[in-house]
Design a binder for this molecule. Structure first.
Ligand code: ATP
Length: 598
């Protein structure tokens, strides 16, 4: 299932479509008035600056020969005015566009994050977290500039170009034709290198993604790495990935630089031709003045500058389109575990559950469960035991609908006795009636109070403390520096495993679920605390259906029924006493773990 890991390049699911740009337009359209204003300001500053070569021409051809000092003074004032206008307008425009760019980042990121929140477990199973992070952070940053400033600059350069062409032709038609003669060659070069350039940037984005994936994994697993003294190996892997990243970037830049190089060469060639032609015509007595040749010389760079800029913007587009593709690919990732159309609200349930002929596979054709049937009575406590990897967690994952079934169905009964297929009810109404405590007691950064309240956001402080008391966490929390207000670091970095589990337990109890699901919930709690906790659990379980996955069999001896999961289904089922008397798989497991004579 793992479609890629840190050293495997991502494969683009869909080729580039112009629709991507159209779709990006949705994010730009919201800021159209600001962008229009910025464009107008820049256009005015640009057009005004086009008078500078004209000023040179007027001064050289009229003011200097006629020794008109008043005219020279007026021209100097006009020159300074144009420059000042340019500075003011450009400053206002950059402020406006910085704002627009930040809004675009915010909007794309919010949409991405909202979608990521809905994606099923299978999506996260299949790719490293770093590759997801790089899309949300780096790629969004990168595309926001091209979608805001890039678009404005592109329109601006086109406007510039039109005005420059008008100015050039109004100054001298023949020399203007010499200047634009190099354009078809340049366009030909761009068309030729485009496919290579796009592939190079895609490759660079892959390598960057791999690098980030490994970085995220290494930070996450730093404790294990240090424990196994893996630092040297990790550094060399990181170096390899960083080198791949650098090489891909250099390759992409090398191809992109061809564009810049071609336009620079073209500018110099055209300038040479212009001066040769101009001087030749001047010598031949044609009506080309020195001022006109100098003004046209300035227009050459002013004509080729926007073309070079457009080529650079185009470069950036090609580069960023690779990122845009990744962003939209993530947004288009189907939410395969979602409410079906017309999904009904699951009414309050009794806790009665039916697994009917359930078959499930994480990976195609590798069934973890096959035709499994199970009826759980309301209020019954069920324990799932069995060998590692047998499918115990899977049985509860499916009840929570973290994954869709490959066959069969799971039914929950409401208080009127009606059975509801969990795939036909809303996820919210289903999960809000289940209290789930997974193997990894994930603790968020924030206070202990906040973490427990995560179970039910409208719970009062009193209710939070009550829940903590029931799982025997209250005393332990009160001993902490700020009690319930103690700040917990990310992932509960300043707590022991057992403390994390107790807090997670209180969080689950607070949600007051109809069905309580505990997956290895007490594995890290010491025997003394566990004894206390068991009392809390017993009280909590009263009148409530519970499904408990446990490896420490002493903790589930009192469950109503114990299911031995193995061989893609339920291999044995019964109470502790019944299974012990049977002397089968459970008996072997139990005697291997607990000394029966003890
Ligand atoms: N997200 C996943 N993607 C692919 N395969 C998975 C995934 N989760 C579990 N599996 C596989 O499915 C099988 C059942 O896993 P499950 O976690 O249900 O076992 P378990 O009985 O709870 O194991 P344990 O006692 O070790 O927790 C295992 O072979 C496991 O490798």
């Amino acid at each position: 299932m793992a479609r890629n890991k840190f050293d495997v390049d991502e494969r683009l699911e869909s080729p580039f479509r112009w629709q991507h740009l159209k779709r990006a337009g949705k994010y730009i359209a919201r800021h159209k008035y600001k962008m229009l204003a910025a464009l107008l300001l820049s256009a005015m500053a640009s057009v005004a600056s086009l008078f500078i070569p004209k000023i040179t021409q007027w001064v050289l051809d009229e003011a200097v020969p006629n020794k008109d000092t008043a005219m020279i003074g007026r021209m100097a004032l006009l020159f300074v005015g144009i420059i000042a206008l340019g500075i003011v307008f450009t400053t206002i425009r950059s402020r406006m566009m910085a704002h627009v760019s930040q809004r675009i980042i915010h909007d794309i990121r919010s949409d991405l994050f909202a979608h990521l929140q809905k994606l099923p477990f299978s999506y996260y199973d299949s790719r490293p977290a770093g590759k997801i992070l790089v899309r949300v952070i780096n790629y969004v940053n990168s595309v926001s500039d091209i979608l805001s400033n890039g678009i404005i600059n592109m329109i601006l350069e086109i406007i510039n170009l039109v005005f420059i062409v008008v100015f050039m032709f109004s100054t001298n038609t023949t020399l203007a034709l010499v200047i634009i003669a190099g354009l078809p060659f340049f366009i030909g070069i761009i068309i030729l290198i485009k496919p290579r350039q796009r592939r190079a940037w895609q490759n660079q984005s892959n390598k960057n993604s791999n690098y980030n994936a490994y970085l995220a994994e290494s930070i996450d697993g730093v404790r294990v790495s240090q424990l196994f003294d893996r630092q040297e190996v990790n550094i060399s892997i990181m170096e390899r990935l960083a080198n791949a990243c650098r090489d891909a970037w250099l390759r992409a830049i090398k191809i992109s630089n061809t564009v810049w190089l071609s336009s620079e060469t073209m500018t110099q060639l055209v300038l040479t031709f212009l001066y040769i032609a101009g001087v030749y015509w001047m010598g031949g007595g044609k009506m080309v003045s020195f001022g006109v040749i100098l003004a046209m010389g300035q227009y050459v760079s002013r004509f080729w500058q926007p073309i070079t800029n457009l080529a650079n913007i185009y470069n950036s587009f090609v580069n960023n389109i690779a990122y845009l593709e990744r962003i939209f690919e993530t947004m288009d990732e189907p939410v395969i575990v979602d409410d079906v159309p017309d999904a009904e609200e699951l009414p309050p349930i009794t806790g009665e559950v039916d697994y009917q002929d359930v078959t499930f596979a994480y990976e195609e054709n590798i069934n973890v469960l096959e035709h499994m049937n199970l009826h759980v009575r309301a209020g019954e406590s069920i324990a799932l035991v069995g060998p590692t990897g047998a499918g115990k967690s899977t049985v509860i994952n499916l009840l929570c609908r973290f994954y869709n079934l490959n066959g069969g169905k799971i039914l929950l009964h409401d208080q009127d006795g009606k059975a509801h297929d969990i795939s036909q009810v809303t996820l919210h109404s289903l999960r809000s009636q289940l209290g789930i405590m997974l193997q990894d007691s994930f603790i968020f950064s924030g206070t202990i109070m906040d973490n427990i309240r995560y179970g039910r956001l409208d719970a009062t402080d009193c209710e939070v403390i009550q829940a903590a008391r029931r799982v025997r966490a209250d005393e332990l929390i009160r001993k902490m520096p700020q009690g319930y207000q103690t700040e917990i670091k990310e992932r509960g970095g300043n707590l022991s495993q057992g403390e994390k589990q107790l807090i997670a337990f209180a969080r689950t109890l607070l949600s007051d679920p109809a069905i309580l699901i505990l997956d290895e919930a007490t594995s890290s709690i010491d025997t003394q605390t566990e004894k206390l906790l068991q009392e809390g659990i017993r009280e909590m379980l009263r009148g409530r259906t519970s499904i408990i996955v446990a490896h420490r069999l002493s903790t589930i001896k009192n469950c109503d029924r114990i299911l031995y999961i193995s061989n893609k289904g339920i291999a044995e089922m019964g109470s502790h006493d019944e299974l012990m008397a049977k002397k089968g798989l459970y008996y072997q497991l139990y005697t291997a773990q607990v000394d029966p004579s003890a």
